[in-house]
Write a protein that binds this ligand. Structure first.
Ligand code: ZN
Length: 100
């Protein structure tokens, strides 16, 4: 899979340095996980990023502040697939098969 970010994915804030444009403090917290609401195709003036991420905090932030986290759903799907089906007790009245 590519590591291109898309809305709905999780990112870890790794850099809560002051705003790259204005130098003002930012409301982000390093070590916190955020969900990407929107990826904005915009080159940050710091020159290290070509996208800003809207994570629902403030406006939108330089992509270099975040690390892309793997989707949590992947492990859940794997576990569910390998889980054995429940066995029905033998000799019961279960003559009907259920299609799920
Ligand atoms: Zn920047």
């Amino acid at each position: 899979m590519s590591d291109a970010l898309a809305p709905g994915e999780l990112v870890l804030c790794v850099n809560a340095a002051p705003n790259h444009v204005t130098g003002e403090p930012v409301p982000l917290v390093a070590g916190e996980t955020y969900r990407v609401l929107e990826v904005m195709d915009f080159a940050c003036p710091c020159g290290r990023s070509d996208a800003l991420l809207d994570v629902g905090v403030g406006f939108a932030w330089c992509q270099t502040r975040f690390r892309h986290l793997p989707k949590p759903k992947a492990s859940v799907r794997t576990r569910r697939a390998s889980k054995p089906k429940e066995l029905e007790p033998a000799g019961g009245g279960g003559s009907e098969k259920k299609d799920v």
